[in-house]
Design a binder for this molecule. Structure first.
Ligand SMILES: [Zn+2]
Ligand SMILES: [Zn+2]
Ligand SMILES: [Zn+2]
Length: 206
């Protein structure tokens, strides 16, 4: 990659300061542009926009899983201030947190602890490399997984998969058309509709 290589998605230069994705065909994109394509297609196996070869490189760019989670949410989280209000009715000046419905760690305490970041990211990768479900369903599954991981102190991917497989065997999700039963059955709070709609409209993880 030379200094002048343009990213074929945003048409801006790719340079050393940017996080860059090397696709398996060796073409490169800004990581944030790559993530945009992935979330639009609901898969990490996107077709390269330049040569149309399927990308099989699903590696994350950083060693630190927290950084990787932020990178996955780079088009949403951190760009927005918390939706919460201060005691005097002003807008909260904190940044929104990962998968925290647009709130900071004070206005919504369901933030996912660092020690779960590895298993959480492993599950997200599993979702975006393994099945054909659409973005909205995957978004709900990410939220369900987040809550189940915290509630049951889950450490292994298999343990999350078993929970979902059992659920899908019992209820045909596509026929039900609603994930509410999962939340009911596991005694979890539903995510705000506004957050689901915002993420789906913009195709971001936030
Ligand atoms: Zn770009
Ligand atoms: Zn290519
Ligand atoms: Zn706040």
């Amino acid at each position: 990659m030379s200094q002048d290589t343009l990213c074929c998605i945003c048409l801006n230069k790719q340079n050393k300061k940017h996080c860059i994705k090397i696709l398996s065909c060796n073409h490169t994109l800004h990581y944030k542009c790559y993530i945009k394509l992935c979330l639009n297609k609901s898969t990490f196996f996107i077709d390269c926009p330049l040569c149309r070869n399927k990308n099989l490189n699903t590696d994350f760019p950083h060693k630190c899983q927290t950084k990787n989670l932020y990178e996955l949410c780079c088009n949403g989280v951190g760009k927005h201030f918390c939706y919460g209000k201060t005691k005097c009715g002003g807008n909260c000046k904190n940044r929104s947190q990962l998968f925290n419905y647009g709130y900071c760690h004070i206005h919504n305490k369901e933030t996912i602890n660092k020690r779960y970041h590895n298993i959480f990211l492993t599950y997200i990768k599993y979702l975006f490399t393994s099945n054909k479900k659409g973005f909205r369903t995957k978004l709900y599954m990410i939220d369900m997984a987040k809550k189940i991981i915290i509630k049951r102190d889950i450490k292994k991917l298999e343990d999350i998969i078993i929970i979902f497989t059992t659920y899908f065997e019992k209820y045909d999700y596509s026929k039900q058309g609603s994930p509410n039963k999962f939340y009911e059955e596991h005694n979890l709070e539903l995510p705000p509709n506004s957050w689901i709609d915002f993420c789906c409209e913009k195709k971001i993880l936030f």
